[in-house]
Design a binder for this molecule. Structure first.
Ligand code: HEM
Length: 403
């Protein structure tokens, strides 16, 4: 009997076949979709260099012709390689640890100190303030109020549902209008309140952060805004969900909690990697094939044709027993993995768009969780779990802790 300790379960989500082709109808604007649940096949597709383009996060509906610099998330090919090479220096593990550990510790101590006075906290709220403040420092959005910026970032996610397999995303004109308002109003607020003051201050005095780097590269205000939206949503909001999920797992498993509290950093990070493998925050990654891409799994071979949509089903791929071994839905930190398989599975993607923020996300989560869990909190209220359209991942709200 295999054990399942995954809590973010979607009952409506098929777990097989490992590679599935769902024929589309181009005349009706419906793409042929490859649902990929095998971790090996998923990696082949994500690593097919310059053969696919970003199709997730409604990227294909974002007008970008007027931007001089393509946004990192939707840019592809050699230009994207160059962008990634340049921002890598802000996110390398040693840089992150040396430059930001003290700031993370101070921020965690301050927020938890205020919670001490109240005898507890609502962790999803505290984690949002923490992840926004930490990421804002790295990105360079330091001229505005963190709680207000956090609210603005959260509002980006209030999008009407969409069907990624349809060229028009399956939205009616009224829903497009709502999507535009829901999207553009928060972006405009984010520009005026957070990005514009940060840009102005860095024009006068550049610092060691992403906004200063983009200014030096000649990005326009709009170009910088688009990148800040990416870092804000890709970096802050995802890490917040992960912190809550990791705390929830650790508080439900006394033996694991005791290990985490006494372990050295390497073992603590192994525990966090295993939690995010089991509970990936981003549930699906999408790519559009631009050329024919061969893919194989278990002796079968297929060709993804140009124009086809690839749906990497991260939750299934991360629980693929051929890649992560027996009991794929159990939580086994340090589980034996074959060479080349990341301990987080595909939770941070793979290939050209692989998350640059993985070391930052794990380090900042560890800094907060250690301090929080050392207070031996008790769960007063379990969180509600829901699903987000944009990242096709879970959200957890209302985890009340007391100590
Ligand atoms: C637990 C937290 C996080 C998770 C689960 C996560 C997940 C991901 C995933 C899955 C991708 C790949 C998207 C794709 O291939 O289509 C990605 C990309 C990205 N992430 Fe993260 N991320 C996290 C934290 C961060 C942080 C802290 C930052 C930086 C402040 C960050 C910045 C980015 C950026 C800029 C990209 C786009 C990279 C590109 O397209 O080349 N992420 N993230």
């Amino acid at each position: 009997m295999s054990t399942s300790r995954r809590v973010a379960l979607r009952p409506d989500e098929p777990t097989d076949p490992r590679v599935e082709r769902v024929a589309g109808d181009e005349d009706a604007g419906v793409s042929t979709v490859w649902r990929v649940r095998s971790l090996g096949a998923a990696r082949q597709l994500l690593r097919a260099r310059h053969a696919t383009t970003q199709a997730g996060f409604t990227a294909e509906a974002i007008p970008q012709g007027y931007l001089r610099h393509h946004p990192i998330l939707v840019s592809d090919g050699p230009q994207h390689d160059e962008q990634r090479r340049k921002v890598a220096r802000f996110f390398a593990p040693t840089v992150v640890a040396e430059r930001y550990t003290t700031q993370m510790e101070d921020c965690a101590d301050r927020l938890l100190g205020a919670a001490d006075a109240r005898g507890g906290c609502r962790l999803d709220e505290l984690a949002l303030l923490y992840t926004v403040e930490v990421t804002a420092e790295v990105v360079g959005l330091t001229e505005s109020s963190v709680p207000r910026m956090a609210r603005r970032l959260e509002s980006f996610f209030r999008q009407p549902p969409f069907d990624i397999t349809r060229r028009d995303l399956g939205r009616k004109p009224r829903e497009w209008a709502r999507a535009a308002v829901n999207g553009l109003v928060p972006v405009a607020r984010f520009w005026w309140a957070d990005v514009r003051p940060a840009v102005r201050s860095r024009r006068r005095r550049p610092r060691q952060d992403v906004v200063s780097h983009l200014l030096a590269e000649g990005y326009s205000g709009t170009g910088i805004l688009v990148e800040c939206v990416t870092y804000g949503t890709a970096g802050m909001v995802t890490t917040r969900e992960f912190v809550v999920m990791a705390a929830w797992h650790l508080l439900r498993d006394e033996a694991l909690l005791e290990r985490y509290l006494v372990a050295e950093e390497v073992e603590r990070l192994a525990i966090l990697h295993e939690v995010i493998r089991l509970e990936p925050v981003v549930g699906h990654l999408y790519r559009r094939a631009q050329v024919a891409v061969p893919v194989s799994d278990g002796g079968h071979e297929w060709t993804v044709e140009p124009g086809d949509l690839v749906d990497i089903c991260v939750r299934s791929a991360n629980a693929d027993p051929e890649a992560v071994g027996a009991d794929p839905l159990d939580l086994c930190p340090g589980r034996a993995l074959p060479p080349g398989v990341n301990a987080a599975g595909l939770a941070f993607g793979d290939g050209e768009h692989r998350c640059p923020g993985q070391p930052l996300a794990l380090l900042e989560s560890d800094v907060l969780l250690r301090r929080l869990l050392a207070r031996r909190p008790q769960i007063v209220r379990e969180p509600d779990l829901g699903w987000d359209h944009l990242i096709e991942g879970y959200w957890l709200r209302g985890l009340h802790l007391t100590w």
